[in-house]
Design a protein around this ligand. Structure first.
Ligand code: BGO
Length: 239
């Protein structure tokens, strides 16, 4: 089976080390179309059963489209339909890294977390409750050390399993009741051309008044008015 992994993570989380460990010499370097941001792609080594391509996304802190790297990553995840996102989380900087994780989960593409730098956590005598974290986030977590090469086989196996399940997991409700209600109101008015798994992400962006998304979708004037008043209500709540 042909499988496509997208490798995502914050700068310095160990993504280059992981990409090299997964692909070895089996990689091609180019640029993302139209921009001078480096694009690396490779084939997972040592997996004879499947043809697995890994696309290395630029290191980013969020999917907000403010930097070129964020735009490139976001466009790829929404338009190129990778089978799985491998989200590399630096276990020594977990709080900061999980911000991107929540945004990746929101895209509706299945996520497998590689909790990287597990060797440093062990060295410091710390323990992360991955079972509980996995339950809260709704995605599998594999502890890895890209540097030492541990957990990589398990990571590939888990990501392949998720890819072969075929069904997209829908992101769970994570916001306050009021925001979730607003999302539920926006989802049904979105065009049928947006696939079911991506509707929640688009609804969140519509409520955020994300310029790129608003330019991309068509809404009736009645729906625009409803959404404007929902935004105002949420703004007052968040103030
Ligand atoms: C240096 N465990 C440990 N302990 N370190 C790791 C792991 C891991 O699992 N994964 C990566 N690193 P990048 P981005 C370095 O370069 O892959 C280390 O930005 C050094 N360099 O070796 O580059 C990795 O692509 C001198 O560390 O990250 C690298 O995501 C002293 O994390 C750093 C110490 O990895 C960033 C470290 C000259």
């Amino acid at each position: 089976m042909n499988i496509k992994f997208a490798l995502a993570g914050n700068p310095n989380c160990g993504k280059t080390t992981m990409f090299n460990a997964l692909t070895g010499a089996n990689q091609y370097v180019g640029n993302w179309p139209g921009v001078t941001v480096e694009k690396k792609e490779g084939k997972v080594k040592g997996n004879k059963e499947d043809n697995i391509t890994v696309v290395d996304l630029p290191g980013i802190y969020s999917l907000s489209p403010y930097t070129l790297e964020e735009v490139v990553s976001r466009d790829f995840l929404l338009n190129e339909d990778p089978d799985v996102i491998i989200d590399l989380v630096d276990a020594t900087n977990i709080e900061r890294n999980l911000y991107l994780t929540t945004q990746l989960i929101e895209t509706g593409v299945p996520v497998v977390i590689a909790l990287n730098m597990a060797d440093l956590i062990e060295k410091r005598g710390l323990k992360i409750d991955t079972k509980r974290l996995s339950m809260v986030l709704g995605c599998p977590i594999i502890e890895t050390s890209a540097l030492k090469g541990t957990g990589l086989k398990e990571l590939i196996a888990e990501a392949v399993k998720v890819a072969k399940q075929g069904e997209h997991q829908l992101p769970q409700s994570i916001f306050s009741e009021k925001i979730e209600k607003a999302i539920d109101t926006v989802v049904p008015v979105l065009s049928e051309t947006i696939t079911a798994n991506k509707k929640r992400w688009y609804a969140v962006k519509v409520l955020e008044n994300d310029e790129k998304v608003m330019n991309h979708i068509v809404l009736s004037s009645q729906n625009k008015t409803t959404i404007d008043s929902l935004r105002k209500e949420l703004e007052t709540e968040l103030d």
